[in-house]
Write a new protein. Structure first.
Length: 108
């Protein structure tokens, strides 16, 4: 979905039910969360305080552009909840969160 390497090194959580994202014609606005001080929206570093406002502005400017989130598996849960709150305040629901397929342990 994104041809360039992300600005933050995100260690995605594993998921047994992870699926490949469908190829979309429009590249999603990418929200990356590593920690309270490490949040990026579309490659721009932002703070939790400005997240809701920037998300609202992005939705008004590009109403049909999808939004996707990558949260590091080590990101504090409280920060992820605050990011989800900001998404809700901006009127954004059903946001896909990127995970990676769980590597099955090889049988001995």
């Amino acid at each position: 979905f994104r041809k360039n390497q992300p600005q933050l090194q995100i260690n995605l959580p594993d998921s047994k039910t992870a699926e490949l994202a469908p190829a979309e014609q429009t590249e999603p606005l990418l929200l990356q969360v590593k920690g309270e001080e490490e949040i990026m929206m579309d490659g721009e570093a932002i703070t939790l305080e400005e997240l809701s406002t920037k998300l609202t502005a992005a939705r008004e400017k590009y109403p049909d552009r999808p939004i996707a989130m990558q949260a590091d598996r080590e990101a504090p849960f409280g920060v992820v909840v605050k990011v989800l709150d900001a998404l809700k305040e901006a009127g954004i629901q059903n946001i896909p969160a990127f995970t990676q397929p769980r590597e099955e342990e090889a049988a001995p």
